[in-house]
Design a protein around this ligand. Structure first.
Ligand SMILES: C[S@@+](CC[C@H](N)C(=O)[O-])C[C@H]1O[C@@H](n2cnc3c(N)ncnc32)[C@H](O)[C@@H]1O
Length: 417
């Protein structure tokens, strides 16, 4: 939530003329005014803008602001394709005002900065090459990609999207990052009195599904997701609860699977771990590759996801799905002296953390693939991994959330030396 600023000289609503410096993690850029740091949205590095103060950060360490007038635009600035983007409007996207090349350059800068600051790693030096933020194959425009959208419902039952750091519902007639199938459900012309939100899911298999909230995850229907196998010889099928976790970019599961399996190169007979397994995306591909003589152990904490993972993974006899917290499960494995050849880590935004990374290293894997939606948590954990004897040797960054500040990083860690 936005904190009303207590700064007497710079109350909320003050408008300041500032020169914008670098991008910062979170969809905003740094500027300074008389010694105070401002995080300014709707701007780009190098711009001269008039910024309106919207609040302050924890402990008053910085001010938040929106660029309300651009005096000197940066080269990458464009007219936002979405009519709802802009200060005090829809808070869903952060970079509608930048062209895609600029958005990716901003994401690259954020990744480099996080690794430098949180792990002391100079990425180009560590990787022996520059970091490039890659589009998800086939996504040229960065629009019409989102297969899952939660529309908030206002007091009159109209669906819309929330403002940035705000409960305010901004009614919309379209969302330009949503799949045609999401907005084509008629959801934005209907009313949902008494609901808090309505989720629209456009799965790769079957028709789009509308799930009013509240309504409970339990009663949400199961949707079918199809993902080409990494070898391209067939398709995996995954049942997933309509409100359960699944990547929101339609090209992401296939791209991430190819990247992870390409790096890990699982061999018949190997033992693999899929930690934070969801409904079993990586476990299925690992099981296929290690074959009947191999073993895959998937660990997931969510009860419904575990049920679906067990169903989805029944074709493979060598797969075990455990419902547990990953930290507890890997601590138990490490204490029991268990070994794993390969590990996939795909934690939530908060990352895996020091204990999990340390216990994973104790299992003696020859390779670990870490799939991360927050580069800050990844950088911190890569630092812990290095302390535990696992070195970063490769990193790919995918623009799996164009127009927003989000991205997906996939890192390859191997035993040092
Ligand atoms: C980013 S999702 C990844 C899911 C899956 N790998 C995929 O690609 O579809 C993270 C998953 O971790 C699970 N999770 C979060 N914290 C956990 C924990 N401490 N222990 C076990 N599972 C956890 C969530 O329920 C979610 O399914």
């Amino acid at each position: 939530m936005s904190h009303p600023t207590t700064t007497e000289e710079l109350p909320v609503g003050s408008v300041l003329e500032v020169t914008v410096e670098t991008v910062a993690h979170g969809g905003h850029c740094v500027a300074r005014h008389e010694g105070r740091v401002l995080f300014v949205r709707h701007t780009l590095p190098g711009e001269r803008v008039r910024a309106r103060v919207t609040g302050e950060g924890p402990g008053g360490r910085f001010l938040r602001a929106d660029a309300v007038e651009v005096l000197e635009p940066a080269a990458g600035r464009v007219e936002p394709p979405c009519p709802y983007a802009g200060p005090a409007r829809c808070g869903g996207c952060d970079w509608q005002h930048a062209d895609l090349a600029t958005q990716r350059e901003l994401k690259r800068a954020v990744v480099l900065e996080q690794f430098d600051r949180l792990a002391g790693i100079d990425l180009p030096a560590a990787l022996g090459r520059d970091v490039v933020v890659e589009p998800v194959p086939g996504d040229e425009a960065g629009l019409r990609w989102r297969t899952r959208v939660e529309f908030a419902v206002d007091g009159t039952g109209r669906p819309g999207l929330r403002g940035h750091r705000s409960h305010e519902v901004i009614p919309v007639e379209d969302c330009m990052i949503a799949r045609d199938a999401v907005v084509g459900t008629g959801v934005l012309r209907r009313r949902f009195p008494g609901q808090r939100a309505v989720d629209v899911i456009a799965p790769s298999g079957g028709e789009p599904v509308l799930v009013p909230v509240p309504g409970g995850t339990e009663r949400a229907p199961l949707v079918l997701e199809r993902v080409p196998t990494p070898t391209g010889t067939g398709e995996f099928e995954f049942g997933v609860a309509a409100r359960g976790f699944w990547q929101v970019h339609p090209g992401a599961p296939e791209t991430f699977l190819r990247t992870v399996l390409g790096w890990l190169d699982p061999r018949p007979g190997e033992r693999a771990l899929d930690l934070y397994a969801g409904v079993g995306l990586f476990a299925a591909a690992l099981a296929d590759a290690v074959g009947d003589s191999g073993r895959v152990h998937a660990v997931e904490g969510d009860r419904l996801a575990v049920e679906h993972a067990r169903d989805n993974l029944t074709p493979w006899a060598g797969v075990r799905v455990t419902r547990d917290r990953v930290d507890r499960a890997v601590r138990r494995m490490a204490r029991a002296g268990e070994r794993a050849d390969l590990v996939v880590l795909d934690p939530p935004r908060s990352g895996a953390g020091k204990a999990v990374v340390r216990d994973v290293a104790r299992l003696g894997p020859r390779a670990v693939a870490y799939v991360a939606c927050d580069p800050a948590a990844l950088a911190r954990d890569v630092g812990y991994a290095r302390d535990a004897g696992l070195d970063l040797v490769d990193l790919r960054v995918f623009d799996a959330f164009p127009m927003t500040h989000h991205m997906e990083c996939i890192a390859l860690l191997v035993p040092a030396g």
